[in-house]
Design a protein around this ligand. Structure first.
Ligand code: ACO
Length: 333
């Protein structure tokens, strides 16, 4: 069977206009800029405005238009949309179909939502790469978008300070023959024994919304921060080590490391465990907080646009999220 290579042909991102700083947040909930900065590195986040269509498909449409423009694609070139998100536009139809409509795609391309929380875009990358490598699709739009403000309890200081809204989109294209751009390797996993450490247990099939749930404000995200922290650093570091080892690479071969942007302490700890130089770690969590499945594609887009990431360079990615899902990948950009 003929095998193709997967090239990131274009990238794009969108963050809502509304900025919510730590100082502003500390006026409505018992927290402080000092606490948030020290524990997470986050200074501000963006918050969606539904009257401006800043819902998942609306944010993704803006990011996708930029990614497709950078890739040189027309809407009907897209063969498949993989839409990683935790909170969809609606329970039905899926958000990938909402995006197909928003982009004016009329070729009936395949549309699938991927829910692996913050690891969603990385899960989508392995799926897209498999579909492209085997010749099933030539052009895949891979989306990571989160409207985290929809699952935040704005009265719970232990979670609401951590998250933000945004979208990152990647246009992935099949390459024949020699290509300097390809996905070298990836690894995914999930430790379901810790699945309730990060959860939104109410509002779906097992526990439909009731007046009692709403009165008790139990429709939001719940988290055991320390379990998540420990698992995040352990799995991201071990996945990266596995990928480096099985591809005969060392840190010196990796030009850039883009870890999931949950918080700076996690990123720094993973960097230390891997002994990876901090100046080659890309971060944007300070400006946008944790935008879940959108963090890696938005950070990648920023680094591509400002000239840090160049064609042919090796980039290592790692993520973790609810599930507890986790993964890593190494690609040649
Ligand atoms: N402001 C001020 N004080 C706070 C805040 C806040 N926003 N939040 C908690 N505190 C208080 C607590 O009440 C506690 O007070 P106490 O000692 O009087 O009881 C104290 O700060 C320490 O709380 P801890 O939870 O022990 O703080 P910790 O050092 O563990 O930091 C944090 C909390 C930042 C959440 C950390 O555990 C962490 O980074 N965990 C990972 C979280 C994460 O990344 N989640 C995203 C997962 S990805 C996804 O899929 C969505």
């Amino acid at each position: 069977m003929k095998l193709y290579k997967t090239k990131i042909q274009g990238t794009g991102k969108y963050h809502p206009e509304k900025v919510l700083t730590n100082e502003e947040l500390s006026k409505t909930v018992d927290t402080s800029d000092e606490w948030i900065t020290q524990r997470t590195g986050i200074k501000e986040r963006r918050i969606s405005d539904l009257s401006k269509d800043e819902h998942p498909s609306g944010m993704a449409a803006r990011a996708a238009k930029e990614a497709m423009k950078n890739a040189g694609w027309e809407p009907n070139d897209v063969d498949c949309i993989l839409f990683a998100t935790t909170i969809p536009d609606m329970m039905l139809p899926n958000t990938a179909s909402m995006l197909q409509a928003a982009l004016g795609i009329t070729n009936n391309c395949a549309c699938l939502d991927v829910n692996a929380a913050c690891t969603g875009w990385l899960y989508g990358l392995q799926m897209a790469n498999s579909l492209i490598q085997t010749g099933v699709y030539k052009k895949v739009l891979l989306v990571g978008t989160e409207m985290a403000s929809g699952f935040n309890n704005w009265e719970d200081r232990s979670t609401c300070v951590l998250f933000g809204d945004g979208s990152g989109v990647t246009a992935l294209e099949a390459q024949e023959g020699d290509s300097e751009s390809f996905i070298l390797d990836s690894i995914l996993g999930s430790d379901s024994s810790k699945r309730m450490a990060l959860a939104m247990p109410n509002g779906a099939a097992m526990s439909p919304i009731t007046h009692e749930i709403l009165d008790n404000k139990e429709q939001y995200i719940t988290m055991d921060g320390q379990v998540v922290f420990k698992n995040a650093v352990k799995t991201m570091a071990s996945h990266c080590s596995t990928l480096l080892r099985r591809n005969g690479l060392t840190n010196d071969d990796i030009d850039w490391f883009i870890p999931h942007q949950a918080n700076l302490r996690i990123i720094e700890t993973v960097g230390k465990l891997l002994d990876f130089p901090a100046e080659r770690v890309i971060t944007n969590v300070q400006k946008y907080a944790n935008t879940s499945s959108a963090t890696i594609p938005t950070a990648m887009h920023e680094a591509v646009m400002d000239g840090r990431i160049k064609r042919g360079q090796k980039v290592m990615l790692a993520a973790f999220g609810a599930g507890l899902t986790s993964g890593a990948a190494i690609l040649q950009f």
